[in-house]
Design a protein around this ligand. Structure first.
Ligand code: ADP
Length: 235
C-alpha cells in the first residue's frame, strides 16, 4: 500500500491525533486540576499538595513523595468493569509516577506528599497517555516547580503503517502484523523519554521512526497544554 492510499479505520492520517480538549482549573478545591481528552478518551487530574505525609514513617526527609492514583471509572467503558482499583490501575499509577517525576523538583519539599488523582471518565484507548497529559497540566496549575511539561501519546501499527493516538478499535486490530500499542511520554522540550511501554511487537530498526512520529504529536500536545495553562493565567 502506498503512503497516500493508506487510510485508518476512522479516516485519520497516520500522524493525525484525535481532536484534543485541554482545560485547566476544573476542580476548584484541588491545588491544581486539568482535563485532557483525545477524542472520546477523557481524563481528569487533580493535584493535592505538597502537604505533610502521614503516617510519618512514610516521609522521605530528602524529598517529596509523588503519589499517583489512576482509576478507570466503571462507567467509562461499555463492557462491565468492576469499580475500584485493580492490578492494571496499580501498574498505570506507577508508570505515571515514573513518567512525571523527572520534571518535578521533589527535593524542594522534603517530608511531604504530592497526590495526583487521575480519573478516566470515558475510555477509547490511550487512557494512560491522556492521564499523564492531564496530570502534567494539573501539576503546573498547582504551582509545583517543574523544569518542563510531560507530553504523552501512544503509537502503533496498522499492518505495516505506523500510526499515532490509537482508538480502541485500532488497538484491537489484529489482521496482518497484529496489534501494537506503544505508550510513550517525553519531556516536552528535550529528547528525554520518561515512558516507553510497548505492548505487541515492533522491529528495533523502526523504533526511531516511531519516536519521530511521537515527537511531532507531542509538539501538538504541548501547544494544547500550554494554551490551556495560559488561559488560566490570563484570568
Ligand atoms: P490504555 O487505555 O492506556 O491504552 P490499555 O491498553 O490497558 O490502556 O487499555 C486499552 C483500552 O481498553 C482502554 O483505554 C479501554 O478503552 C479498554 N479497557 C481497559 N480496561 C478495561 C476494562 N476493565 N473493561 C473494559 N474496557 C477496558
Amino acid at each position: 500500500m502506498t503512503k497516500s492510499s493508506f487510510k485508518r479505520i476512522d479516516g485519520r492520517k497516520s500522524n493525525e491525533l484525535r481532536p484534543i480538549t485541554a482545560k485547566v482549573g476544573i476542580i476548584p478545591n484541588a491545588d491544581g486540576s486539568a482535563l485532557f481528552a483525545f477524542g472520546n478518551t477523557i481524563a481528569i487530574a487533580a493535584v493535592y499538595g505538597p502537604r505533610q505525609l502521614h503516617p510519618q514513617h512514610k516521609q522521605n526527609p530528602t524529598k517529596a513523595f509523588l503519589r499517583c492514583n489512576y482509576d478507570l471509572m466503571s462507567f467509562s467503558v461499555s463492557e462491565r468493569k468492576k469499580p475500584g482499583p485493580n492490578r492494571r490501575a496499580q501498574e498505570i499509577s506507577k508508570v505515571t509516577e515514573w513518567a512525571l517525576a523527572p520534571v518535578l523538583d521533589l527535593d524542594s519539599f522534603p517530608g511531604t506528599v504530592i497526590d495526583v488523582q487521575i480519573y478516566i471518565l470515558q475510555a477509547d484507548a490511550g487512557t494512560r497517555t491522556a492521564g499523564i497529559n492531564a496530570a502534567s497540566m494539573a501539576l503546573a496549575h498547582a504551582g509545583i516547580p517543574m523544569k518542563d511539561l510531560v507530553c504523552s501519546v501512544a503509537a502503533g501499527k496498522q499492518d505495516k503503517e505506523l500510526i499515532v493516538d490509537l482508538t480502541k478499535e485500532e488497538e484491537d486490530f489484529k489482521e496482518g502484523e497484529g496489534a501494537t500499542d506503544f505508550a510513550i511520554a517525553k519531556v516536552a522540550n528535550s529528547d528525554e523519554y520518561t515512558l516507553l511501554q510497548l505492548d505487541g511487537k515492533i522491529q528495533p530498526n523502526i523504533v526511531s521512526d516511531v519516536l519521530e512520529l511521537v515527537n511531532g504529536a507531542c509538539k501538538e500536545i504541548y501547544e494544547a497544554q500550554k494554551k490551556a495553562l495560559k488561559e488560566v493565567v490570563k484570568k
